[in-house]
Design a protein around this ligand. Sequence first.
Ligand SMILES: Cc1ncc(COP(=O)(O)O)c(C=O)c1O
Length: 391
Amino acid sequence: MNDISRSFVASHVLGIPKSGIREFFAIAATMEDAISLGIGEPDFVTPWHIREAAIFALEQGKTSYTDNLGLIRLRREVAKYVEKNYGASYDAPTEVLIGVGVSEILDCALRAIINPGDKIMYHEPCFVSYSPSIRLCHGVPVGVPTRPEDNFEFNIDEVRRCWQPGCKAIIINFPTNPTGGIATRKQLEDLAEFAKEKNMLVISDEIYSELTYDGGHASIASIPGMKERVVFLHGFSKAFAMTGFRIGYACAPKPIIEGMMKTHQYALMCAPIISQEAAIEALMNGRPDMEKMREQYMRRRDYIVGRFNGMGLECHLPKGTFYAFPSVKKFGMTSMDFAKFILEKAKVAVVPGNAFGPSGEGFLRASFSTSYENLVEAADRMEKAIETLKA
Ligand SMILES: Cc1ncc(COP(=O)(O)O)c(C=O)c1O
């Protein structure tokens, strides 16, 4: 008998909801002349010398697989870059893994460490993939809320309150997508103490670290005694405007890298060689271009946050990333209703804050990785639409 009623999809996969962002952008995609502040990637094209390195790699006939861990030349540059900028030293041949973006490398880390039922903590609102990625590995996500009244700052007391027996690791992300928050060295030291006390691993996603505008960036990997229990994740997508190259890396103790390698080598084999060659160029010579992009983001941040506050959308100043996270609470609407209202009335697409976790309800994520002119136009349109609510 041909039983077509059977679902071939695993139950833990069926249980994962679709991304809130996708649902929302399906509506936005049907509108003409909408301005999108929803995008989570740089509006800049990858700097020319980096693209040129990719082209040159092709010209030289570099079209093969690489070592599963990544080109040793790239791993050496990564180790140098991480030591210089993050204060943690790693052995390039054994403690660095190159992967297909932080997305893949995070998945490798989770698959390497999670036994079914292990609990993994993360502070939220956060990057949309953390909770589903944990569940796809048969782990149990444990969200740690952050509070709007503290501008969503990381709070160690809340981490202690949410901790449960069986928590094996915590994912942290500073600067934070979507709130733009950063962590001070003192906050990281408190977390380091806690991780030692509970014998937990810290997975630190530092993908926005170069895009820190105030206060400077500190890495938990640099805190004495932490290297053994930190998986440092970073990539090229944001700071070097290289999302399409799909390249990221992990630095971690050898046994964890070996565990991650198993997923990476059997699922992906290796990151594309052309992207790896481009990444070497980015690390060696990309700093000045990155600084220029950073200055642009900062100028845009100051503008859009000022405009949001001026039109009644209370907004704290994000200390990093390219996202503003204004509140819509005083308009008495949900994030989704307000985002739909702004899309329909102003033709401006923003992401409802609850797409990033329950603590994001009542907020919007507006990306300022779009041109200054677009930001001016979007702010003018939003201001007009909001006026109609006040009437
Ligand atoms: C916090 C965070 N981590 C990881 C990623 C994924 O980056 P990649 O392009 O390296 O996969 C993103 C992308 O938006 C992100 O916001």
